[in-house]
Each structure stands twice: as structure tokens, then as C-alpha cells.
Write a protein that binds this ligand. Structure first.
Ligand SMILES: Cc1cc2nc3c(=O)[nH]c(=O)nc-3n(C[C@H](O)[C@H](O)[C@H](O)COP(=O)(O)OP(=O)(O)OC[C@H]3O[C@@H](n4cnc5c(N)ncnc54)[C@H](O)[C@@H]3O)c2cc1C
Length: 318
């Protein structure tokens, strides 16, 4: 999928060589790229880092902190003890349940995003310079955001790129509830094209008529071949970011709508602040995490409030 990214900040925060990842300037917050190009580069850097061990396919089920301040991380495979636990476990965070036990869940924002990528080479003509830039196409409460990103082989030449579409749609809350994708105001999971009910798919196909070409026909093709993802958007307004030796960053800490184009960027700012706090106070982790919280909490709250504000015109809560 697509992501707007400050490569300078990403390089600085991760220490990984990411500054030459191909991007396209589309006139949004930050130059756009394909998330997989970023993921692959970070994975390669991680494999070369001797101090990192990745355990894949394990689910964290809970966190406990003993009176002596040691944290235990319970998983479906094993249990670890740690001096510091950092929850970067997204909008359905488990770690948040330890930090904010009375408010553990992010809340549905009132709309789902239908997202997909289109091979530019499958369009009758490549995207014009105008169509490659960010387009905000509004119809009532619905919003379609489009732009070009580098191709899957990192090619940024016209004709070789990908077109990215994100369609904000608030008409399906009852369907999402009926199918267990929403439980109350909690988002349980995303919805993949092949799993979407035919009736809803036809509603979407009919609704493409309101989008301009070349996006209209390309989106129709993606929908008809069920190559898209439906992501119900969740938001979380934090009142704290740490508790003792446990902290959270990224969407776990402050889930926001993609309309802000700022979720990943703020995860990097979290890490930057966290590292500075740990360098300043190396011998007292809870105090360092409290300093991290002080430096980030108000900014994170402001971001979530902005997210609610910009998302409100596209949301319904029926
Ligand atoms: C359509 C779209 C467009 C976006 N565009 C932008 C943009 O242009 N710019 C921007 O800055 N941001 C953007 N964002 C937001 C950005 O993608 C997120 O903010 C970012 O991915 C958050 O990263 P994260 O690591 O905090 O969470 P995630 O990416 O959700 O990662 C969490 C990870 O934790 C794992 N996990 C969860 N629970 C457990 C558990 N119990 N045990 C073990 N593992 C667990 C998950 O499997 C996942 O791998 C966009 C988001 C979307 C949906």
C-alpha cells in the first residue's frame, strides 16, 4: 500500500539506509512511496543488526509488572521478562490494555476505506501529470483520494508506476456490525475483497460512476476482480503513553485516520522522543518513559483531535 514518508527522519530514527528509497512528490504532506519498498529496506537492515532478534508469528497476550519493576510479556508461545516493554502493536494494541486498562480500545471513526493499487501499465494511457498528483474527489460524505506511487520494482517513470486509491465510505456500518467486523465501536479486523458480500460489492461498483476517469474504470476493474482491502478506520485519544517500564508508540498510542497522512510519521517522532529520553535518563527506565510521555502526549492528543475533525464530514455513527 502507499505511504507518505520523510526519508530523512526515517534514516535518522532507524539508522537504516533508507534515504534513497524512490518516492514521488504528489503535493501531499510528504513524498509518497510503496510501503513494501520501505518494509523490505528496514527488514534487510534489521537482519544485519546483530543485537536484534525477531520472533515471528507470535501473539502477545498480556503484560504484567512485578513489584520489583520487572515486566513479563505473555505470548501464545512463551513468556519473556524485560526491563522495558514497548508496544508498537497497532490500533488493536494489547500493550495498551496494560497502560490504559479502563480505556483499552480504539474507537471506530464512522467510515471504512476501500483501498487498492492499480498498475499504470494497465491503463489505456499513463496518468497525466495532474492525475499523478494527489486528487481529492468529493461526493456527498464520500471522498476518493488518488495519486501515483513508485511501481513494485521501484520504477517512478510514467507508465511504470502504481496508482493508489483510498475511498472513504460511511454507508456500510450495519453490514460491518452484522459480519463481526465491528463489535460496538471496536474494529475487529479488515475486510478483504474476496470476502465481501456480492450485494455490497455491487453497491460499490454502481457508485464508481461518480469518480472521474481514469480512476473510475481502473477502480471498477479492481473491485470486480476483488483486488482491494476494506479498512474500517479506528482512532484512539490517549491520556497516557507509559506505565512503569511499559510504553506504547505509533497507532497503539494514537491511532488516527489516514486522511491526516501522519500516523507513520508520528510513530517515528515517538521513537525519536523515546530514544532521547532513554539517553537522558539511562539508569531509570520508568522515569525515562515518563519523560517520553511528557514530550509526546499533548502532540499525540492534538493529532487525534485533528483526525476526528477532518474525518467528521465523512463519518456516520448509525
Ligand atoms: C490507507 C492508509 C494510508 C496511510 N497513509 C499514511 C501516510 O501517508 N503517512 C503516514 O504517516 N501514515 C499513513 N498511514 C498510517 C500508518 O500506516 C500507520 O500509522 C502505521 O502503519 C502505524 O504503524 P504501527 O507500527 O504503529 O502499527 P501497525 O502498522 O498496525 O503494526 C502493528 C504490528 O503489531 C502486530 N501486532 C498487533 N497485535 C499484536 C500482538 N498481540 N502480538 C504480536 N504482534 C501484534 C501487527 O500484526 C502488526 O504487525 C496510513 C494508513 C492507511 C490505512
Amino acid at each position: 500500500m502507499s505511504i507518505g514518508i520523510d526519508l530523512g527522519l526515517l534514516s535518522r530514527v532507524t539508522g537504516a539506509p533508507t534515504w534513497d528509497i524512490p518516492t514521488i512528490e504528489v503535493g501531499f504532506n510528504a513524498p509518497m512511496t510503496l510501503w513494501r519498498l520501505v518494509y523490505d529496506r528496514l527488514s534487510d537492515a534489521m537482519k544485519r543488526e546483530r543485537l536484534i532478534t525477531a520472533h515471528r508469528g507470535i501473539t502477545v497476550t498480556g503484560i504484567q509488572v512485578s513489584p520489583d519493576g520487572r515486566a513479563s510479556v505473555h505470548t501464545d508461545a512463551d513468556e519473556w521478562t524485560a526491563d522495558l516493554v514497548l508496544g508498537a502493536d497497532g490500533h488493536r494494541s494489547t500493550v495498551r490494555g496494560h497502560i490504559e486498562p479502563r480505556r483499552p480500545h480504539a474507537e471506530y471513526s464512522g467510515y471504512i476505506l476501500w483501498r487498492g493499487l492499480i498498475e499504470e501499465s494497465t491503463l489505456r494511457i499513463p496518468l497525466s501529470a495532474r492525475a499523478a498528483r494527489v486528487g481529492w474527489h468529493q461526493h456527498g460524505k464520500q471522498l476518493l483520494v488518488t495519486f501515483a506511487i513508485p511501481g513494485s520494482d521501484a520504477d517512478i517513470r510514467p507508465g511504470h508506476r502504481l496508482g493508489s486509491f483510498t475511498w472513504f465510505d460511511a454507508r456500510h456500518n450495519a453490514y460491518l456490525r452484522m459480519n463481526g467486523i465491528l463489535q460496538g465501536r471496536t474494529v475487529v479486523h479488515s475486510l478483504y475483497g474476496p470476502d465481501l458480500d456480492d450485494r455490497v460489492l455491487h453497491t460499490l461498483l454502481d457508485a464508481t460512476i461518480r469518480w472521474p476517469n481514469p480512476w473510475r474504470s481502473a477502480i471498477r476493474d479492481r473491485l470486480a476482480s476483488r483486488q482491494f482491502v476494506g479498512t474500517p478506520v479506528a482512532e484512539y485519544l490517549p491520556t497516557r503513553l507509559s506505565r512503569g517500564p511499559v510504553a506504547m508508540i505509533g497507532d497503539a498510542a494514537h491511532a488516527v485516520s489516514p486522511v491526516t497522512g501522519a500516523g507513520f510519521h508520528n510513530a517515528l517522532l515517538d521513537i525519536d522522543a523515546l530514544v532521547r529520553a532513554l539517553v537522558d535518563i539511562p539508569d531509570d527506565i520508568p522515569r525515562a518513559l515518563a519523560q517520553y510521555e511528557r514530550s509526546r502526549l499533548q502532540l499525540a492528543q492534538r493529532l487525534v483531535r485533528q483526525s476526528r475533525e477532518v474525518g467528521r464530514p465523512h463519518a456516520t455513527h448509525d
